[in-house]
Design a protein around this ligand. Structure first.
Ligand code: SF4
Length: 172
């Protein structure tokens, strides 16, 4: 990819940015993770479970919003996660969707739902967090332009990561 390459940042990129920069790079470069990985299966299971219960994803081009509803005159975007363990990723991913909708001329508020903990967090786009988000988007574009991935760093998420064989083969 040429150095001036600027990708369209997606909600998934935002999520991985806060988990692991190497994974972010691998995802952006579409390097396929291990499809047999059980964590990929859990993701699929959650997706199918909510689809069967009538949950409809809404494609806004730069990502798929889990659910969008109207409460009075207010649009509410819901992002559904298993737990709040990766709350920062989930929070910025939701902010990103609110920002994308704002660019389309739609004002919405957000709700983060953590199903296992039965918790809900209301999220609003403000001047301050929009600035933070824009910095994150620029950083993701900077990572995307890197010719090689960042080195692997052992973090808790590695044990759940579909790339763990790729990063740590022979070390586990
Ligand atoms: S295994 Fe760890 S270092 Fe490698 S991409 Fe996944 S989270 Fe990142």
């Amino acid at each position: 990819m040429p150095n001036e390459y600027i990708p369209n940042v997606t909600g998934t990129d935002i999520w991985y940015y806060f988990i692991c920069k190497r994974e972010l790079w691998l995802m952006i470069r579409k390097i396929a993770p291990d499809q047999e990985d059980e964590n990929v299966d859990i993701g699929r299971f959650l997706h199918e479970y909510y689809s069967k219960r009538g949950k409809k994803e809404v494609d806004i081009g730069s990502g798929k919003i889990d659910r969008i509803k109207k409460v009075g005159n207010q649009l509410v975007v819901q992002e559904i996660k298993k737990t709040s363990r990766y709350r920062e990723s989930s929070y910025f991913q939701l902010l990103f969707y609110l920002y994308e909708l704002k660019k389309m001329g739609m004002e919405a508020k957000g709700e983060l739902l953590f199903v296992e903990e039965k918790k809900k967090e209301v999220v609003a786009l403000t001047e301050k967090n929009e600035e933070q988000l824009k910095k994150v988007i620029k950083e993701i574009q900077r990572y995307a332009r890197m010719p090689v991935p960042p080195s692997p760093k052992k973090i808790k998420f590695c044990t759940k990561c579909a790339y763990r064989e790729y990063c740590w083969a022979g070390e586990e």
